[in-house]
Design a protein around this ligand. Sequence first.
Ligand code: SAH
Ligand code: MG
Length: 203
Amino acid sequence: MKDLIKDMERYAEVNNVPIIERDSIEFIRKYIELNNVKKILELGTAIGYSAILMATVSDDVEVTTIERDDKKYREAVKNVNACGLDKRIEIVFNDALDVNLAGHKYDLIFIDAAKGQYIKFFEKFENYLNPGGVIITDNIKFHGLVENKDKIESKNVLGLVTKIEKYIEFLKENDEYTTKFYDIGDGLSVSFRKNDEKIKNID
Ligand code: SAH
Ligand code: MG
């Protein structure tokens, strides 16, 4: 298992796949453990790295993860099978915005797909959150660029950073949710419904 994780890290580096940073996935794993999270929805599987690390916190964790890129999807299927986790990790090959999850609820929704669509993802998938559940979003700093906007030369990158800023504003102004921002890895946000506040285990 450890070797498979190392192999995935190497594959991600060689192939430029933006997998989650170590500190961030450790934070999420701790959250899963402390809050007794059982059902997880992930947007953006890539090669299955974060899904596998979330599923292995405990034997009763189940992950549904969505990926729209064919090559990454196939790589994720391969990795999940190699880890013997195909019973507990379901990989959906589709655009997250086209997936219908009616009838399902999750304790943790991890948003890590297209950075320009974060608000859309939040608004769609908050409907699938269990009471007491949280929405965690990765790359809230976007490689540190959100804090260094003046250094950005590419128009595309500037557009994405502006969208992440809008997402941060959206979270801060959202009356239904309290969001905490963490300076961990590439920046994480943790959002929970206001009336769930008292039952959460986060510092
Ligand atoms: N969670 C992974 C990394 C995901 S990288 C990890 O930490 O290991 C982001 C992934 O989201 C990419 O593979 C990209 O193809 C996928 N993606 C982007 N927009 C998407 C969408 N709308 N629906 C499904 N997948 C999407
Ligand atoms: Mg990420």
